[in-house]
Design a protein around this ligand. Structure first.
Ligand code: C5P
Length: 434
């Protein structure tokens, strides 16, 4: 059985338009990812796109027939395919060639994809891919500007080495980044404009130039929270210890190594934050007598390492004059509720997320329980991405309650406040009002 994770795209109907460019091969990986989060995808290819990748590839990956021809007699009517765009929640064109952008900007409808786009009643997003000179050309600049005025988000392009051998702006965003943009587009903006500061990953406390003390932490939970919060509209600053993960898109990423560096980076920014989430596995101690040179084995006996306590970053943020809404994490081997609640009270924070170390440490999935002054609120076992979304939704709910003053309770099971609109809903309203 394929496990489908809840995503802002789960259950959505997406038309994926593929136009003629070498980046069309990346559209296959993108399709896999969109299908992987539980969306239904209908692929529409331009004639030029079929020169780069066969429709069979997209048919196999989407599980649906691929549409390539406005005049396909098998569809029964020349207008039948237009129905595809009527049923869609969004049309994503990736890669979008310079020619395609020009045709859409000009309102042309001379092939199936451009006809679908012109006839649509849903949002359109484009992920351009082209040679850097084509991207920089004044005609393309004008077309992109026209599309922006028409409310069409442009995802990327990225800069870097191009398939033609040149280097510059025009590369299609990577499939993972396009998926994140599409998910963000459909995510309710529950944290719109909120400044969120957070820590993630382990810290590393040097013993000598090549050795140190650290905690086991993949950073996955923290990075998933950063991404979910950014998708919910927050301005996220992520202070991260050393991990093997790429910085999430749309997040200010501040890499640090030691607990002291993490503390300094956080305290510098704490006053400006409305939310602080301490996900990092901060080392409790650092080495007081760090050696300047690599310790040698042939010393007189084992090295004597003196440890001194590190500052508690979360407790220090919570002790600020006007502290942000502080959320902590408690990873325990046993007595989860008692230990987590004790930590929450000691650090004087409203919310702590507890998990048992034997359930999900380092993996993709986890089981977490939220603890507040009302008690324990277990969340269902899920992927870290999904848990991150649930946690972000809960924090948004807590903040909205604090803001309206209508309720002091942090009980996440109570009725949700009306959610702010997603970009998609905004767009639809915009379309309706025209
Ligand atoms: O005290 P303990 O390490 O168990 O608490 C865990 C929580 O406190 C986590 O949210 C962690 O990020 C934060 N913490 C911190 N600075 C420390 C130790 C823990 O911010 N020095």
């Amino acid at each position: 059985m394929v496990l489908v994770e809840a995503s802002a795209l789960t259950g959505k109907r997406i038309v994926l338009g593929v136009t003629g460019g070498i980046a069309a091969y990346k559209a296959a990986a993108l399709l896999r990812r969109i299908v992987g989060v539980g969306a239904h995808v209908d692929v529409v290819m331009t004639a030029a796109a079929t020169r780069f990748v066969t429709p069979l590839t997209f048919q196999t990956l989407s599980g649906n027939a691929v549409h390539t021809d406005l005049w396909d007699p098998a569809s029964g009517s020349a207008l039948a395919h237009i129905g595809l765009s009527r049923a869609a929640d969004a049309i994503l064109v990736a890669p979008a060639s310079a020619d395609f952008l020009a045709r859409v900007a000009g309102g042309r409808a001379d092939d199936l994809l451009s006809a679908l786009v012109l006839a649509r009643e849903c949002p359109l997003l484009v992920a351009p891919a082209m040679n850097r000179r084509m991207w920089e050309h004044p005609a393309t600049r004008r077309n992109v500007e026209t599309l922006a005025q028409d409310g069409v988000p442009c995802l990327g392009p990225a800069a870097g080495e191009q398939a033609c051998g040149e280097s510059g702006a025009g590369r299609m965003l990577e499939p993972e980044a396009i998926l994140a943009c599409l998910e963000a587009f459909f995510t309710p903006k529950t944290l719109a404009g909120r400044r969120l500061l957070m820590t993630a990953g382990p810290t590393f406390e040097a013993i000598d130039p090549v050795r140190g003390i650290t905690n086991l932490s993949s950073g996955r939970m923290g990075y998933a929270i950063a991404q979910a919060a950014a998708q919910a509209g927050a301005e996220v600053t992520l202070v991260s210890g050393p991990v093997a993960l790429p910085a999430p898109p749309e997040v200010t990423w501040i890499p640090v190594v030691s607990a002291l560096e993490m503390h300094a980076a956080v305290m510098e920014r704490a006053a400006a934050a409305e939310i602080f989430i301490g996900v990092a596995a901060v080392a409790d101690y650092r080495v007081e007598n760090m050696a300047e040179k690599k310790l040698k084995k042939d010393m007189d006996g084992p090295p004597r390492i003196r440890l001194i306590p590190n500052p508690d970053i979360l407790a220090d943020v919570a002790a600020c004059k006007n502290p942000p809404f502080c959320v902590g994490f408690a990873a325990e081997c046993e007595n989860l509720e008692a230990y987590a609640q004790k930590k929450r009270r000691k650090k004087n924070i409203p919310l702590i997320v507890g998990n048992l170390i034997q359930e999900g440490f380092g993996g993709e999935r986890n089981r977490i329980v939220l603890f507040d002054d009302q008690g324990a609120h277990p969340l269902p076992e899920a992927s870290k991405t999904h848990l991150a979304r649930m946690l972000v939704a809960h924090i948004a709910q807590c903040l909205n309650k604090t803001r309206t003053g209508s309720e002091q309770s942090l009980n996440h099971t109570s009725t949700h406040n009306p959610e702010p609109p997603t970009h998609a809903e905004d767009h639809n309203r915009h379309q309706d009002s025209r």
